[in-house]
Ligand binder design. Sequence first.
Ligand code: SAM
Length: 279
Amino acid sequence: MISDMYTKDIVKKYGFKFSKRLGQNFLIDNSVLEDIIDGANVSPDDVVLEIGPGVGTLTRELLKKAKKVYAVELDSTLIPILKEELREFDNLELINEDVLKLDLSELIKGESNVKVVANLPYYVTTPIVLKLLNENLNFESLTVMIQKEVGERMAAEPNCKEYGSLSVLVQYYCNIQIIRKVSSECFIPSPKVDSMVIKLTKLPAPSIKVRDKDLFFKIVRLSFNMRRKTLWNALKPLNIDKVELQKAFQNCNIDPKRRGETLSLDEFGRLSDFIYDLL
Ligand code: SAM
């Protein structure tokens, strides 16, 4: 395992200037690094997609374990540093791009056993996770460092304030495991928020079966858009005949006076399947 000084040494060696705008909080704690690697469970047959390698602290460990690592870094000033410091590895493909603009399915086309492992830039955590899940990419798991608050939203159950569309989306596609909490001192510079390492393992099939996935997610979004509204009011934009909608609620045994935040994934699924016939 590499030394605790690795990140700091490289930053110093190249006189690297951190960009707050790019969410550059580099990992300096070895035990956290080990827990990410262990949690991701990377084996020699695996292909890893790392988003935001920074100065390559996590990348180096991934390169030792995986068949191949695709590392996508937006900051072009980091590319020569990564090339130089990781020159001993021939299984690295470095991509200087914005991950949100990259065609990831094209990048990992033909690859199997793909695992995403990253200390994500916090300003774009949710868009990155949404992209990975919604584009139906061929990856097995996502082991990532994210803000603690975002991790709590992903893992939240109905009836708590963190429960929302993100919880439903992640729980629809994945099994969630919280690997560990991480304090802000484990990074340079220290972020203002606490973090956690979370592992999302893609389920072989979505956790619930629905007739129309897009309608299901539309209903979920509408239900959480105005959290204080009853389902009855929140679903008005669907423009469904009131009598028919009342019947749909009755048939799936859901009180329309309830608020979206009280519904389980199963209940959202049942409701969207009944509403499907009314559109
Ligand atoms: N992996 C390194 C570590 O753990 O020390 C750095 C992690 S740092 C939290 C996030 C990294 O993501 C930075 O290197 C930053 O430049 C990069 N980054 C920020 N926005 C990005 C984007 N849209 N696409 C790709 N990389 C991005």
